[in-house]
Design a protein around this ligand. Sequence first.
Ligand code: BGC
Length: 603
Amino acid sequence: MNSDITGQVETLIRRMTLAQKIGQMVQTERMAITPEEVKEWHIGSVLSGGGSCPGDNQLQEWVMMNDAYWAASVETDEGHLPIPIIYGVDAIHGNNNVTGATIFPHNIGLGAANDPDLLERVARVSAREILAAGVDWTFAPTLAVARNSQWGRTYESYSEDPAIVCAYAGRFVSGLQGDLGTDSVVSCVKHWVGDGGTTDGIDQGETTLSEDELERLHIAPYYPAIDAGALTVMVSFNSWNGDKCHGHKYLVNYVLKERMQFDGFVISDWDGIDYLSESYYDAVAMGVNAGIDMFMVSEHWQPFIKHLSHHVVSGTVPMERIDDAVRRILRVKYAFGLFDKPRPAERYWSNHTSFGSNEHREVAREAVRKSLVLLKNEDSILPLAKDRKILVAGKNADNTGHQCGGFSIAWQGTSGNEFVVGGTSIWEGIKQVAPHAELSADGSGKEADPHQHDVAIVVIGETPYAEGMGDIRTGEDVIVQAGSQINGLLKVLEPYGDTMILADLHPEDLEVIKNITSKGIPVITLLISGRPLVINRELDASSAFVAAWLPGSEGQGVADVLFGDEDFSGKLSFSWPKDPDDRNNVGDEGYDPLFPYGFGLAY
Ligand code: BGC
């Protein structure tokens, strides 16, 4: 941080009251606060939780909302100092909350592309679409190294191997933050730390690892991110060897801030301190004293402020800790140039016509092409000639909601083609290049007829989910066990399923394939999923098989490759399991997957 900024921060902090300082340490959800309250309580930040949007979720409404919060935050009078608010969103695959945004493949697909240059371009385009909404800050990239695909957030992870995550971390941060000028947004790397390493892949669960292993697998990607200048870090819900990261002074204060010399600010996850203790009063002190600087508080920000003020007065939280937190927050605001930026409505990229433009969608389409992994191609059935008579079936063939997955318009994603505005479904992409393709009326493929169809493309797989609601939990005992290992409380959401076997999880998928192959028509299967699943039966029944991950809004990229305009280049960044007990990652003893890490065919 340069000395100019240090001087500015010191000058400002000297003028601040305790209430103004504590206010800067608070981030709350837009639904829980008005612009007037932002001013009255000196609030430092507001966020949109997944899917939370103003009005009808139009770009202009986002800009207006940000403008109103900003204006309130910079009002000046005797009781209020003008400190611009910083607004945060989960733009984790494009500015995915906003109607009409370009939605990129989720990280698992970008990992398969294994192309750091592409990744930086994805981040740059994302930054522009975030700025278009008048937003300053995104809670991305996720640097999780997902080690058990039962975890519902596996798709937010680039790879099970830290190598790809390390190669990507700095590039994504640079793509977002650039030179901290007009084209830049603030990046928040998350979740510190060990989020991808929990036992049984339980979201927010317990990561049991030696410190060396934690360092090698989960801390490693944070070095390049910090080197690239990442300004903020989000703490993880999980615990490490029984202790919650949100109360972990050693991990937050010592490892991250002292040893790794991270000089930006640390934010909690959503109500993340609430699970430290039954007593919220105690939890507030535990979180602040552990080294968290800003607190994401969904609703109860007033009790938070009251408790923290009380702790400072009674000495259970030292004033130096408050000053350290506020210094860090202000430093980021100055470094990002927030104090010099015009109001959101007048910023260069606000409401910009490039939002959701073809130019941006081209980058997403390229990312889709490069993320596809070809697992099987019997008798070189692919690429397909464009004049073939193709039946297109399966529940995910014409469903932009499903192909985008979770964290797309809504927190848990959407279904159908209504909400993702401006993209193409996989079917629409095929139809554009293959005039004799036909969409199965109800998706089942029952109308398959060898006189009318020479081949079928079946698009199957998962339906959208996010966070713990995507977990695969093989029994309730795994939760009981996890809870008993953790000091504090475990938040449990209803999981997605109880098996990794696709034929059990989604039996309707194999049925579609069989409806078609039983007529003697060969099937090319495309799997939409946030993780590798056990697919032995679907694979056997298919002539070709493609892992398409969660490709986002540009379904056209799939057709580009299926019809041979481009070759397959994606390689597995996750090992593909043979059976549900096969949880090995690349490098593990006894490693014997169905398809190894790095696998991927080409024409
Ligand atoms: C998630 C974070 C996210 C935050 C804000 C939490 O539930 O764990 O990844 O950034 O919500 O929406």
